[in-house]
Design a protein around this ligand. Structure first.
Ligand code: ADP
Ligand code: ZN
Length: 745
């Protein structure tokens, strides 16, 4: 046995699929800087330089008694290369990474990779080519060289600085000549470092533009204010019909948070579609908020990331990955439109940003507010069980009243063959056009037609790489797969029976509705809103401007139009196919349809005029359609809750999906079969499957699924981990675990 000094060995987590940190040693010239959990450092890994983070657990004790052969192992630890000149990541972020990894059954390093995405480029140190001077790590006083007044003044000045200073700055501030700096550099006392980039974020002004809140809103803001002052974890559901002023309420909460010097994080479902939100923020606070989403440039990303870490941001608005930013000093988290399924990240690390935001708030000891007109059943149940506080806003602001909802029973009032607008909707539309108000036609389906088939032989045009139909996009004269983007020119003949001109479109997409609208309302100015026409945030903002300036009469759109837009002239919404989404294997199909249609209805009549929503349906007796007709969201959710409670479906039980995929069908099936032989035999765990996934082929990979239903009080992760460890996974086979799945495809 031998005793060894471990004080210079540190655990470092790297942003790759590793579960545990690696150990490195700290060379003596770097030891003068105290290193602790969260410090960003550069280390060698397989001959490359990588950024890693000094991890917070598994720190070794000061000294260890170790058998001889282990000492050899410890001697093999490589020294770290350098320490990045940045503050350490907050401890709560390291804990968050651990938590998300454990919950989603992902390697911790892979989760850390999401956090470090903002600074990967710093590895190259080209972020800012400008350099300045710092006191060298190895020499920090004038030992061994002659002391002069100028040298001491220079060092005294630099010791007070946190960042490198340029020659010009030192000359000016320390009142010395440039030759002193040059000389100290030659002696090895000063060294050159890259300068940090200037912060681009301005502080919001909470007094910039106040509005007077109504009594109901004030109750909510006072409650939230109290939560923000309390400085501890709390969760609140802020529920209110569209247009009731929820956004105004939480803007005040943000102001309260700024006021106490803390940071607010706001998650929006689709940040690229949030130009109106950002304008509103600017109107309220006089500056733009910091943004975090996938459309940022590399530089914006880097600046935002570093500014977050340096505490230079007070309000950050982002998409789900903003949860992984190194924000210090969080004082408030807001999740707007909390029911939106786009908060679920479906690729890579599979996580639900709303749920992880709750975890983040717990670890950061701050309040979180979930906002929605139509909260998810999960959140409603938490509110009901008093885990969350519940605030409600029941009136629309000012004169605006809720729209009238009319069901158009398509069985009684059908359109002519091959058309999709019922005579009733056409009549109502013409009336509104005559009054110079706006109309929205909503159909959540891109393209011209969802199915193309051969009139002669019945052949259906399918994607060769996915189990899915090809969608006609007539404007591009193409058939496109919406899952893998495979596309072909629209064929002149049936590929199966070779009959010419025999392929016909079945069913409508918004292109087809647009065609019908153009012939039915030839004078109307029409704008199409879908991801095919709004290809960038700028294009989206442009479209919104046209609508709000009343340069458009008729908007035809997919779910993009359902987002919290405010269209003051819009008074009629026509839902082309209210039944779409009601069928299928999705557990939340009804809930999602209701939320989406409710959201769309919320676009109507937001100012003085009462709006009308017309729902075209062939299923007028379906509970969702009936709930919509009554405009009674709560009643529908009670009905839905009962349905789910009986079968222990979420939120009364927990689901986990396991998706097995490989590029040949046999291997996929065989792996699924092997797994099924070891499936857990626990009372409170029910394993369904394996079966071919509804998308049995996706991007050339064959897919099988298990669905595991378990009781809420059981931690399912160890069960799954144990299960998956029972088989040896063949090369090329991928096994994904989706805890709390939203998609069942
Ligand atoms: P929600 O987020 O619930 O849909 P908003 O906060 O967007 O509602 O409010 C709807 C509209 O009413 C917005 O134009 C908003 O500025 C306005 N509004 C809400 N509350 C007030 C208020 N107290 N004073 C003035 N305007 C308000
Ligand atoms: Zn495809």
């Amino acid at each position: 046995m031998n005793s060894i000094d471990c004080s210079t060995i540190i655990p470092v987590l790297l942003p790759y699929p590793f579960q545990t940190p690696f150990y490195y040693t700290v060379p003596s010239d770097l030891q003068i800087i105290p290193l602790g959990p969260g410090n960003l450092i550069k280390v060698p890994l397989n001959g490359r330089k990588e950024i890693g983070v000094v991890w917070h657990d598994s720190t070794l004790p000061k000294t260890l008694s170790i058998p001889q052969d282990n000492i050899k192992k410890i001697k093999k630890f490589k020294p770290i290369l350098s320490i990045l000149p940045l503050p350490p990541l907050p401890l709560s972020l390291l804990q968050f990474v651990d938590w998300v990894a454990a919950y989603t059954l992902s390697p911790r390093g892979s989760v850390l990779a999401i956090t470090l995405r903002g600074i990967q480029k710093i590895v190259n140190e080209k972020a800012n080519p400008k350099k300045g001077w710092v006191i060298s790590n190895s020499k920090h006083d004038l030992n061994g060289i002659p002391r002069t007044k100028a040298r001491e003044k220079t060092l005294a000045y630099l010791k007070r600085q946190q960042d490198p200073k340029t020659t010009l700055q030192i000359v000016k501030e320390a009142q010395v000549s440039p030759s002193v700096i040059k000389n100290l550099h030659q002696q090895g006392i000063l060294e050159e470092k890259y300068l940090a980039e200037k912060s681009i974020f301005q502080k919001p002004n909470i007094h910039f533009n106040h509005i007077t809140l109504n009594a109901e809103q004030q109750v909510s803001t006072q409650f939230l204010n109290q939560k923000i002052q309390e400085n501890q974890f709390s969760a609140t559901l802020l529920q209110g019909i569209t247009g009731s002023g929820k956004t105004e309420v939480y803007m005040e909460a943000i102001a309260d948070c700024i006021n106490i010097g803390k940071v607010s994080l706001i998650l929006l479902p689709e940040i690229a579609l949030s130009s109106q939100w950002i304008n509103r923020f600017e109107k309220r606070f006089g500056v733009k908020p910091a943004l975090w989403h996938s459309d940022l440039t590399e530089k914006q990303r880097r600046l935002t990331w570093q500014a977050a870490l340096r505490n230079e941001i007070s309000v950050l608005v982002g998409a789900r990955s903003a949860l992984f930013l190194p924000l210090n000093n969080l004082g408030l988290i807001i999740v707007d439109e909390e029911h939106e399924s786009s908060f679920k990240q479906e690729e890579g690390i599979i996580y639900h940003a709303r749920d992880m935001a709750i975890v983040k708030a717990t670890l950061s000891k701050c309040p979180i507010v979930l906002v929605s007109a139509t909260p998810s059943l999960e959140t409603l149940v938490n509110a009901k069980q008093k885990k969350y506080h519940h605030l409600t806003l029941t009136q629309r602001h000012g004169e605006a009243r809720l729209p009238n909802i009319e069901i158009v029973n398509m069985r009684h009032d059908p359109p002519n063959r091959g058309l999709y607008l019922s005579p009733r909707l056409v009549k109502a539309t013409k009336k509104i056009l005559g009054k110079k108000e706006q109309i929205l036609f909503f159909l959540n389906r891109r393209g011209y037609a969802p199915l193309t088939l051969c009139r002669a032989c019945g052949f259906r045009m399918e994607c060769p790489h996915c189990s899915a139909w090809l969608i006609e996009h007539r404007a591009q004269n193409k058939l496109i797969c919406h899952h893998c983007d495979y596309s072909i020119p629209f064929p002149k003949e049936c590929p199966h029976c070779l009959e010419k001109e025999s392929l016909v479109p079945i069913g409508p997409g918004i292109e087809r509705i647009t065609e019908e609208a153009r012939t039915t309302f030839p004078d109307a100015k029409i704008l199409i809103m879908s991801s095919d026409t709004l290809t960038s945030p700028i294009a989206t903002a442009e479209a919104i401007k046209l609508i709000t300036q009343h340069e458009v009469d008729l908007i035809i759109g997919t779910q993009i139009v359902a987002k919290g837009w405010h269209f003051p002239y819009l008074t009629l919404v026509g839902v082309i196919d209210a039944d779409l989404g009601l069928s299928g294997a999705d557990l939340r199909a009804s809930e999602k349809t209701l939320q989406l249609l409710h959201q769309v209805s919320g676009r109507a009549g937001r100012e003085q005029i009462v709006g009308t929503v017309m729902l075209q349906s062939y299923l007028a007796d379906h509970p969702v359609i009936k709930a919509l007709a009554k405009n009674d969201f709560d009643e529908f959710m009670r009905y839905e809750a009962n349905e789910r409670k009986e079968g222990f479906w979420p939120p009364y039980g927990r689901l986990t999906a396991i998706i097995i995929s490989a590029d040949d069908e046999e291997t996929t099936k065989h792996t699924a079969y092997e797994l099924s032989l070891h499936s857990p035999k626990i009372d409170s765990v029910l394993v369904l499957g394996p079966t071919a996934a509804p998308l049995a082929l996706l991007r050339n990979r064959y897919r099988q699924r298990f669905l595991i239903r378990s009781k809420k009080n059981l931690a399912i992760q160890p069960v799954i981990r144990q299960w998956l460890s029972c088989i040896k996974i063949k090369k090329g086979v991928k096994i994904e675990v989706d805890v709390d799945p939203i998609s069942f495809l």
